[in-house]
Design a protein around this ligand. Sequence first.
Ligand SMILES: O=C(O)CCC(=O)C(=O)O
Length: 257
Amino acid sequence: MSFQINQLKESFQQNGYVVVPNFLDTNELRTVQKNLERLIEITHQKRNYEHAFYANKHDKSSLKQLHRIEEDDFFKTYSTSPRWSSLASVLLDEKVEPALALEWFNKPPNYFHETPPHQDNFYFCFEPPQALTIWLALDHANEKTGCLHFIPGSHLRGIRPHQLSGNLGFSQTIVDFTEEDQQTGVAVTANPGDAVIHHAETIHWAGSNQTTDRNRAALAMVFKAATCQRNQQRFEAYQQSAKPFIQQELRLAEVVE
Ligand SMILES: O=C(O)CCC(=O)C(=O)O
């Protein structure tokens, strides 16, 4: 077992991402899925568009992101589960704490939304960049449904310049992303219950869901080393740059109501 843990850690530290197959067993996965279904139904009813992004407000099945999941009682408790934090702690080789809210990322069928190439720490602004995301697959993620792609070792080369992407929920994208970057990316497929973990500075993106009948959902939790801090100045600059875009998108969403 410790051999496996060492291998995971080494692979994560070298490549900036790693996969843990069957991180959740069938029962735990089912419990998480049931609670997400409940929360999604409440979200539809409340029409809470601040923390829920739809590709099309007229279509409930087009829900693509849910934020602040940890405000729900079940997920508040669940997000403190040591299973998640101990995996994060092993990979970062430090004591960790949950850094940000729990998020649900979906790619509903028929909407063709891509996840633009980005580095999470452009948003997080953690220094030193000792943080990671555990992205738990809830559906089959593959090239057809829009799995994640990572550039191995990119977490060791610093943050690239980002600019507004025009994509609600992923407001930023790498400015100078090249064809060569695209070619270097590794597509990481996952089955429901697998955990795909990436470092906060690993360049990643995902294609669109090209199926007509399948979701590609995942639950994501971010952890940071207890010793790393947010650079408030950088964070405010990022928020300032994204604000007009996000406000405009939310206003547009209200108009179609
Ligand atoms: O699920 C996706 O398509 C993107 C997720 C992502 O970018 C992240 O977890 O950092």
